[in-house]
Design a protein around this ligand. Structure first.
Ligand code: ADP
Length: 292
C-alpha cells in the first residue's frame, strides 16, 4: 500500500504536468498536424462527446515543435497531461519501470487524460537483448494500450513522439495507426515565427522585407534553430554597447536590433539537422504513412 502510494506520488510529481499554458497560436505552422489533432481529439471534447481514445505518433526532426504541439493540445482539451520522459524508463530496475508504467496508466484512466510518450524509440531499444528478447517495457506499453482501447470507461489519448522513427519497434509502430510527420516551416511560417520571437524579445522593429530577407536564409533551420538565431541576434546590440565603454551610463543608448545582427547570428549558427536526415523523414513518411 505504501509502495503504491509512493509510486502515485512519483507519477504525480514527475510525470503529471501541472503548469501548461501553451496555446495553439504558440505553435507556428504544422497546419496539417494541428488539423488532424483538432479533428480527432479536440472537437469531440468541445462538442461534449466522450474524450476520444486515440493513439497518434508524431515524428520529425528534433526541434520542429512536436512537444510544443502536444502541450498545446493538452491545454486545449483541459485534460490531465502526463509527460513521460524515457530517461525514467532507462535508468531504473525493470520491476520499478513496470510498476511506474502501470501506475501512470491507472492514474490516466481515472479522468480524461493525454499521455505523452516522448522519444518512444528509446522504449524500443533500451532493453533489447541482442534483438531477440522483446523488452518488458514494450510489452507493458502494448498491454496497456490494448486495455485502454477495450475499456469503455477509459478516456485516454496516447501521443508518442520520435526524432528517430526508423528505430521504433514495429510492434510499437503498429499501435499508432495515425502517424503525423512534423515538417520544417515554410518561408511564410518562418517569417511568422521570427516576428513572434522578436516580439517576445521586445525588439520587433524590422520591416516586413527585412524579416523576409532573413527568413529566406534559413530554409533548413528548425523552429528551435530559429529561436537560437533570434536569441543571438538580440544580444548583438548589447555587445556593441558593452564595447563602447561604460555600460551604466549608456544603457539608454541601446540600439535596436538590425538585419546585420541576424547575419552575425547566422554566421555563428548552422542548421542542426543535416539535409540527408531531413530527407529520411520524407522517405519514412512515404513508406509508413503512404505520403511524402
Ligand atoms: P521537438 O519536440 O520536436 O524536439 P520542441 O517542441 O521541443 O521540439 O521545440 C523546441 C523549441 O523550439 C520550442 O520550445 C519553441 O521555442 C521552438 N519551436 C520549434 N518549433 C516551433 C513551432 N512550430 N512554433 C513555435 N516555436 C517552435
Amino acid at each position: 500500500m505504501a509502495a503504491a502510494n509512493n509510486m502515485r506520488n512519483i507519477v504525480s510529481n514527475e510525470i503529471l504536468v501541472k503548469e501548461n499554458n501553451v496555446q495553439w497560436d504558440d505553435v507556428i505552422g504544422n497546419a496539417a498536424a494541428k488539423d488532424a489533432l483538432r479533428k480527432t481529439i479536440v472537437l469531440p471534447v468541445e462538442q461534449g462527446r466522450h474524450f476520444p481514445v486515440e493513439s497518434v505518433l508524431l515524428f520529425g526532426a528534433p526541434g520542429t515543435g512536436k512537444t510544443l504541439l502536444v502541450r498545446a493540445l493538452a491545454s486545449q482539451c483541459s485534460a490531465f497531461f502526463f509527460q513521460l520522459s524515457t530517461s525514467m524508463l532507462t535508468s531504473k530496475y525493470s520491476g520499478y519501470k513496470i510498476h511506474l508504467l502501470k501506475t501512470l496508466f491507472d492514474m490516466a484512466k481515472e479522468q480524461p487524460s493525454i499521455v505523452f510518450l516522448d522519444d518512444i524509440e528509446m522504449i524500443s531499444t533500451c532493453e533489447h537483448d541482442n534483438d531477440v528478447v522483446i523488452s518488458q517495457i514494450q510489452l507493458e506499453i502494448i498491454r496497456q494500450m490494448h486495455q485502454i482501447a477495450r475499456d469503455s470507461a477509459a478516456h485516454v489519448a496516447i501521443i508518442a513522439a520520435t526524432n528517430r522513427p526508423r528505430e521504433v519497434d514495429s510492434d510499437i509502430l503498429e499501435l499508432f495507426t495515425a502517424r503525423i510527420h512534423i515538417q520544417f516551416l515554410n518561408i511564410e511560417e518562418r517569417m511568422e515565427l521570427f516576428k513572434k520571437l522578436l516580439e517576445q524579445h521586445g525588439c520587433n522593429v524590422l520591416t516586413e522585407n527585412e524579416v523576409k530577407e532573413i527568413a529566406n536564409l534559413t530554409t533548413d533551420y528548425t523552429g528551435s534553430d530559429l529561436a537560437l538565431v533570434v536569441r543571438i541576434a538580440s544580444i548583438e546590440p548589447i555587445r556593441d554597447l558593452l564595447n563602447t565603454g561604460n555600460w551604466e551610463e549608456n544603457t539608454s543608448r541601446l540600439r535596436s536590433i538590425q538585419t546585420r545582427d541576424f547575419y552575425a547570428a547566422l554566421n555563428e549558427t548552422k542548421p542542426s539537422v543535416p539535409p540527408d536526415e531531413i530527407k529520411s523523414f520524407y522517405t519514412f513518411s512515404e513508406h509508413c504513412c503512404g505520403d511524402g
